[in-house]
Ligand binder design. Structure first.
Ligand code: ASP
Ligand code: MG
Length: 256
């Protein structure tokens, strides 16, 4: 069985309590498949607050230092999630993007993934532990901490799924599905059960910002199915992107 890749966005880890909620869900998943990778975003509006903090010190912060700062948001989430799992008796190890082998270009604040070397993730599996990975961040070949652009944790999850041979990535979102319009802005928005990559990409652009656009194209290149689930309640996906995708045998990165 290939590893299960689960992605939790900022809204699903907005409060300390929410880590217990998702820890329970992760344990249920682990009972079905012992190899679980969890990718998490920063808590709630943490990334915005860190960016404001940077700008309160410098009107146009040096991008390298800004990445150093904002990458902290995801580190808070991964460590707290590992603690929440430990509180429920489950063993997990948290890893930064760099420790997870997310290798990127050196374009600070908009880096592209050029390689994935998930050695530490695999060693967590061999110890029977859940691997928790900080989304949104990586390391350049020069060893600099980079970030992937706003919303980039979705792309981290797809890249890991591709590198680990998984054919599906599961996204747990507060909205629970992809809608034909932004459900937070338009009460008439309707959920869509099945979408092609192209449809999902158009919607990602048009403002129904459920999945990061780059995660959709990376999934399409690698033939990975994307499933969007609500955080609570139903255990069936609200939306599936690329239902009949054929998994590409060799990983294709965002950029060579
Ligand atoms: N925390 C980052 C952001 O808010 C990355 C993400 O949420 O995917 O943009
Ligand atoms: Mg975020």
């Amino acid at each position: 069985m290939k590893p299960s890749i689960l992605k939790f966005g900022g809204a699903s880890v907005a409060s300390p309590r929410s880590f217990h909620t998702i820890a329970q869900l992760i344990i249920e998943k682990m009972n079905l498949n012992p190899q679980v990778v969890v990718v998490v975003s920063a808590m709630g509006d943490t990334t915005n607050r860190l960016l404001d903090l940077a700008r309160s010190v410098h009107p146009n912060p040096p991008k390298r230092e800004q990445d150093m700062l904002v990458s902290v948001g995801e580190r808070i989430s991964i460590s707290l999630l590992a603690m929440a799992l430990a509180a429920l008796g489950a063993e997990a190890l948290s890893f930064t993007g760099s420790q997870s082998g997310i290798i990127t270009t050196d374009a600070h604040s908009d880096a592209k993934i050029v390689d994935v070397r998930p050695k530490r993730v695999l060693s967590a599996f061999s110890q029977g532990k859940i691997a928790i990975v900080a989304g949104f961040q990586g390391v350049s070949r020069n060893g600099e901490i980079t970030t992937l652009g706003r919303g980039g944790s979705d792309t981290t999850a797809v890249a890991l799924g591709a590198a680990l041979g998984s054919d599906t990535v599961e996204f747990y979102k507060d909205v629970g599905a992809i809608y034909d319009r932004d459900p937070k802005a338009d009460p008439m928005a309707r959920p869509m059960a099945n979408l092609s990559y192209q449809e999902a990409a158009v919607l990602a652009e048009a403002g129904a910002r459920v999945l990061h656009k780059r995660s959709i194209s990376l999934a399409e290149k690698n033939g990975i199915r994307l499933e969007v689930y609500p955080i609570r309640g139903a255990r069936i996906p609200g939306s599936i992107v690329g239902k009949d995708a054929v998994r590409c045998p060799e990983m294709i990165y965002e950029q060579e």
